[in-house]
Design a protein around this ligand. Structure first.
Ligand code: BTN
Length: 238
């Protein structure tokens, strides 16, 4: 990896997006101490004040089929989860969040550039709430940090190194040896059989999760037995 640190950026994902894509920069990692416009999934903002959280993006140029793009999501989710679970009782939440004691402590935003059904470029953005002591009111119920949970300050550089080493190992398993982490990821999510509500755009859909397909979509069985495939949204268990 080629890691570059910045004290302030609008968004580490956006920074990579704006780079000249003709350059071969696979493995570039952009880290910001603070983001002015950190971005989350579903058009949300990502709270990114200075000196507290870990905010970074990795650039990949995998040349894989668009059908395999979801594998990158599974790999980065597992990398984060594997590192954090060594120290904290974390849980994965579909599609790519990490929770600790019912509070969200990490999220992933993946953006990609696809040409002729092939994935040319993937920007893997990770936000991890390491050392936040307070959150704004609107986030207070939902968000937590490693520090708030354990009382111990986290060294962001060390945890970043651990995450990158684990990611590199899983990513090489996938790219070089063709190892598929779908089964492990699906198992760790532990969502099958649960009755859930999914908020996606402004729709709310309710049903039982009967399966997860290879693309990582939820298969929901609604009242009456109709099935629906859910590819994004915010899940709450009923
Ligand atoms: C989510 O909504 O759960 C995803 C949050 C992803 C936030 C990270 S912080 C580093 C990278 N740059 C961004 O602008 N967003 C991602």
């Amino acid at each position: 990896f080629n890691i570059k640190y910045y004290s302030e950026l609008d968004s580490t994902n956006r920074y990579i997006k704006n780079l000249d894509s003709s350059e071969n920069d696979e493995g570039l990692v952009i880290v910001a101490e603070k983001q002015l416009k950190g971005r989350g999934r579903n058009g949300n903002d990502w709270y990114s004040p200075a000196g507290t959280g870990l905010y970074f993006s990795i650039l990949l140029e995998p040349e894989i089929s668009v059908l395999d793009l979801s594998k990158i999501n599974m790999i980065i989710s597992l990398a984060l989860y594997n590192v954090l679970k060594n120290k904290y009782p974390v849980k994965m939440k579909w599609p790519n969040d990490i929770y600790l004691a019912d509070k969200k402590i990490a999220g992933i935003l993946i953006e990609s550039n696809i040409e002729a059904e092939m994935v040319k470029e993937v920007i893997v953005g990770v936000g991890c709430n390491t050392n936040q002591e307070v959150f704004p009111d609107e986030l207070n119920k939902k968000a937590g940090s490693l520090l708030l949970f354990s009382g111990e300050t986290v060294n962001n550089k060390n945890i970043l190194t651990d995450i990158l080493i684990e990611f590199d190992s899983l990513y090489s398993d996938f790219m070089i040896d063709g190892i598929d982490y779908f089964g492990v990821w699906k198992q760790e999510l532990g969502i099958i059989g649960q009755e859930i509500k999914v908020k996606s755009n402004s729709n709310i859909i309710q049903g039982e999760v009967v399966d997860i397909d290879r693309q990582g979509n939820l298969i929901l069985e609604k009242e009456g037995g109709n099935r629906q495939v859910i590819s994004s949204g915010e899940v709450s268990v009923i």
